[in-house]
Write a protein that binds this ligand. Structure first.
Ligand SMILES: NC(=O)c1ccc[n+]([C@@H]2O[C@H](COP(=O)([O-])OP(=O)(O)OC[C@H]3O[C@@H](n4cnc5c(N)ncnc54)[C@H](OP(=O)(O)O)[C@@H]3O)[C@@H](O)[C@H]2O)c1
Length: 248
């Protein structure tokens, strides 16, 4: 049995985060569920402890509380058993129309999906390097690969996150910090419930199982589910005169 390590799930209350945490716990790893809903996170942590007999705790975390990130990282380091790995699984996706009507929603999305994500990963970097390396798995999106009429503000936050993660990976690679950016297609979660049925929709459980397998090996960028690799290759290659008529 390999020594126990710990997955810090940022966005521990998200559907994808919770499903990934179950994968980690089933593999005997400890879990720290970090988010804004303490009671709900504690219930999920208790469930993981009971089902899998692994250490699991809830931690309060707000991506927008930039001043609190350093203390949050210290608390995570104190709770973690073995090396710490990170799943970045928080985000918001108000509709394009809502963002256009209420620019403060767009700003909150940028601050959460990009500024908050970059800030907390930056705060975690010395810990990851100091322990001799670790894995960061981040929820990017196919929405960040080509700006679409229906969600280009959300897509822009993910494209910027992808770019940040590329540089972060390069900067910390020689300290054995491995970064896997998941270019996720639609997953059936609260984020997509307001939208019409989307193609190739994955369940959070299926998505998390594939993400867990992927996290054990590769780094870089990976489409998930894999069908999105050829689909996005076609979408990226479409000339503007066709793409602009599709109203995607
Ligand atoms: N579902 C999809 O189709 C899809 C596709 C591509 C990428 N993704 C990405 O996957 C990640 C997880 O999303 P999901 O689909 O599992 O949706 P979800 O269940 O709605 O989860 C979103 C999570 O983000 C958290 N969050 C929002 N603002 C936060 C903040 N300021 N600080 C801390 N946490 C905050 C929410 O916490 P509260 O519960 O406290 O509100 C919630 O737990 C997101 O980054 C999303 O962009 C999803």
């Amino acid at each position: 049995m390999p020594p126990r390590e710990t997955w810090l799930v940022l966005g521990g209350g998200s559907s994808i985060g919770r499903a990934f945490a179950r994968q980690a716990a089933a593999a005997g790893q400890g879990v720290l569920l970090a988010g804004r809903e303490a009671a709900e996170l504690e219930r999920s942590a208790a469930d993981l402890r009971l089902r899998h007999g692994v250490p699991a705790s809830a931690m309060l975390f707000d991506a927008l509380d930039l001043a609190g990130h350093a203390a949050f990282v210290r608390a995570a380091a104190a709770l973690a058993e073995g090396r710490l790995h990170v799943l970045l699984a928080f985000g918001t996706m108000p509709s394009q129309a809502a963002c256009e009507a209420r620019p403060e929603l767009a700003r909150a999305m940028v601050e959460t999906n990009l500024t908050g994500a970059a800030a907390v990963l930056t705060a975690l970097a010395p810990l990851l390097r100091g322990q001799g390396g670790g894995t960061v798995v981040a929820l990017g999106s196919v929405a960040g690969e080509r700006g679409r009429p229906r969600n280009h503000l959300y897509g822009a936050t993910k494209a910027a996150l992808h770019t940040f993660l590329q540089g972060y990976a390069a900067r910390h690679a020689r300290h054995r910090v491995r970064v896997l950016t998941l270019l996720a297609g639609p997953v059936d979660t609260a984020l997509t419930w307001p939208l019409p049925r989307l193609p190739f929709m994955a369940s959070p459980q299926g998505f998390a199982a594939a993400a867990w397998r992927r996290a054990q090996r590769g780094s870089g960028q990976a489409h998930l589910p894999g069908i999105w690799a050829p689909v996005m290759a076609v979408i990226r290659a479409l000339p503007n005169r066709i793409f602009n008529r599709l109203d995607l």
